[in-house]
Design a protein around this ligand. Structure first.
Ligand SMILES: *[C@@H]1O[C@H](CO)[C@@H](O)[C@H](O)[C@H]1NC(C)=O
Ligand SMILES: CC(=O)N[C@H]1CO[C@H](CO)[C@@H](O)[C@@H]1O
Length: 584
């Protein structure tokens, strides 16, 4: 319309320039005809648009329910409403100066047969909130961009303590990560969501693999419902409000691809990962990608997808699965090298907790190969590898020459080691302030590995939480969990008074002294881990495991309200916690 109008006007100008010799009557007649045609076209266009709008074919200003309630500051938005075919506008398009472009959501007839029902088919998506509903078969690195808006806005900042996304963070040694994991969301873990694992023992459901096997055709529906409801936009908003600035997002290889006869649900979590990154962006939170399950299982633990045997690097098909993992990194890194991710993805994790038993030399070689692939594909984020539970010292001097582009990740817990879990409350705080703090400070020097982060830790001081030691596993605390040796209660009292009742109670029923201890223990660890590049708490949300849920910890006042404003530090003396008994 605009270009047609312009050429009409130039015709009018032309006739006007013909000056006095041109018959004025004819000239005026041409002008009126021209204007008449323009008005007729405008009117017809308006009617057409009106009809399309009234028939819901074009939607205008169609921000999703969650976006509009977040914009008005409502805290009740769940961000998970199934808003059917409603489209969504990009972050920049709410700007008054540029009215949102109309979005046409396709009907199933509009989807090409080849894509119908696949992960690119928006009519098959359970939850459209925050997603672009247009059909596109476009991929990057062979991975779909479906659901993404074309524009993005990196101007948000998580809190006044950190720079907005579009400004450099600066040195992580000076300003450490204060982050949280979104555990149990895109990679399931029984202790985080026991409700998904409530089956008779005979069903043998102990991890995501056996769960999907058991559910069969229903697996997709059950898992997508979990993806859509367990973590929503509201969580990202609350994470930023708690003074946290990074999220580590665990996801597993079946977000991208499945192999052989894998029962896993393929591809569905991909869209939720991409949407999670967009929500992080909206609240100014930087992201650490964390490939939590690698082909074959890199550690044989339930959170790798499949408990039991390691078939990665080692074991049957170990070499094949290690190669598959490199191919997945090739695709992922091509995708995440897009400009849109440069400011929001701060860290790219190569693999969570490869087994300690794996040969150090082959693990180092695999890590180096993966690093090269990701680097070559243009990912600007620093890469992260796990110390594979060997301890930071084992990696001093390893994988040299990468400067700040490769960070080591250690997971620090006091409860899986009989020597640590049996410490008294005060000893545990001293352990964090003295030993862990020294360990991290040493690792970031030139005699250690260098850049060091703690990608997982928790304030739990017992291993009492249901399923923590595997589905139906008991606890070291009460002496009901066997690691091959003799079982004896391992709380500091060391006798049959050791009880899980108090730790597993609702935090409303905790004594003030126990609350004060838990909060001080959390702060002591934050303090220690900030001697390096900072920390990610494990985890943001858990159904009933209060001492593993940052969200529940905030409610119970056993976490600092604002992560970077704390009323105690390791330089102060350890409070007495009244007469807190040592049986819990
Ligand atoms: C939605 O996706 C389509 C296809 O990728 C794209 O052309 C369009 O610009 C997107 N809409 C917005 C609002 O970004
Ligand atoms: C059987 C199994 O793999 N159990 C593990 C499940 O994951 C937790 C930690 O999240 C471990 O402690 C269990 O050993």
């Amino acid at each position: 319309m605009a270009s047609a109008g312009a050429s009409q006007l130039s015709l009018v100008d032309e006739s006007a320039r013909q000056g006095p010799r041109a018959p004025p009557k004819k000239s005026r007649k041409t002008l009126w005809i021209t204007l008449g045609v323009i008005f007729a076209l405008l009117a017809a266009g308006g009617i057409t648009v009106g009809v399309l709008v009234s028939q819901d074919i074009i939607r205008i200003g169609s921000g999703s329910a969650s976006e509009s309630s977040a914009a008005t500051g409502s805290d009740d938005s769940t961000g998970s409403s199934n808003s059917g075919s409603s489209g969504s506008s990009g972050p920049g398009s709410s700007d008054d100066s540029s009215p949102p472009k109309p979005v046409k959501c396709p009907a199933s007839d509009d989807i090409p047969d080849s894509a119908a029902g696949t992960w690119t088919d928006p009519t098959s998506w359970l939850d459209m909130a925050g997603l672009n509903c247009s059909f596109t078969s476009q991929t990057v690195g062979d991975l779909p961009i479906a659901g993404l808006n074309s524009e993005w806005d990196d101007s948000a900042r998580a809190n006044p303590n950190v720079p907005p996304l579009n400004k450099p963070w600066g040195s992580y040694e000076k300003l450490p990560i204060r982050g949280v994991n979104l555990g149990g969301w895109l990679s399931l873990e029984p202790f985080i969501t026991p409700s998904l694992f409530k089956y008779d023992k005979d069903a043998g459901v102990i991890d995501e693999y056996t769960l999907c096997e058991h559910l069969g055709d229903k697996a997709k529906e059950v898992l997508e419902k979990h993806y859509a409801t367990f973590i929503t936009e509201r969580d990202f908003k609350n994470i930023a409000a708690a003074g946290l600035d990074h999220v580590r997002i665990p996801f597993s290889y079946w977000a991208v691809e499945t192999f052989d006869n894998d029962p896993y649900v393929e591809g569905v979590s991909w869209r939720y990962l991409l949407r999670g990154i967009e929500w992080a962006r909206k609240y100014g939170i930087r992201v650490k990608l964390d490939l939590h399950g690698l082909p074959g299982s890199q550690n044989g633990w339930n959170h790798s997808g499949r408990a039991g045997i390691v078939r990665f690097l080692d074991g049957s098909d170990g070499a094949k699965n290690a190669k598959r993992a490199l191919e997945i990194h090739d695709r992922l890194s091509k995708f995440f090298a897009q400009d849109r991710y440069e400011n929001v993805i701060a860290f790219y994790g190569l693999g969570n907790e490869p087994a300690r038993a794996l040969d150090m030399e082959s693990l180092t070689q695999w890590t180096s190969d993966a690093y090269d692939i990701v680097e070559k594909n243009g990912v600007k984020a620093a890469q992260v590898f796990s110390d594979s539970m060997r301890g930071l010292n084992s990696w001093a001097g390893a994988l040299p020459g990468k400067g700040d582009k490769l960070v080591i990740d250690s997971h620090v817990y006091s409860i899986f080691d009989p020597n640590l879990i049996s410490m008294t409350h005060k000893e545990k705080i001293a352990l964090a302030c003295r030993d862990w703090s020294g360990m991290i400070a040493n690792s970031i020097t030139s005699s250690g590995f260098g850049p060091t982060m703690v990608g997982e830790w928790s304030q739990a001081d017992t291993d009492c939480t249901e399923h923590l030691n595997g589905v139906g596993g008991g606890s070291r605390w009460e002496g009901t969990f066997s690691e091959g040796g003799a079982m004896s209660p391992s709380c500091a009292a060391g006798d049959k008074t050791c009880s899980c009742d108090k730790a597993n109670a609702n935090p409303d029923d905790y004594s003030d002294d126990y609350k004060a201890f838990l909060k001080t223990f959390a702060i002591a660890q934050m303090d220690a881990f900030e001697k390096g590049w900072g920390w990610f708490y494990w985890t943001w949300k858990a159904e009933g495991a209060y001492q593993w849920s940052y969200e529940a910890g905030l409610k119970a006042d056993i976490m600092p309200k604002i992560a970077y404003e704390r009323d105690w530090d390791c330089g102060k003396s350890i409070p007495s916690f009244g007469n807190l008994p040592e049986d819990y």
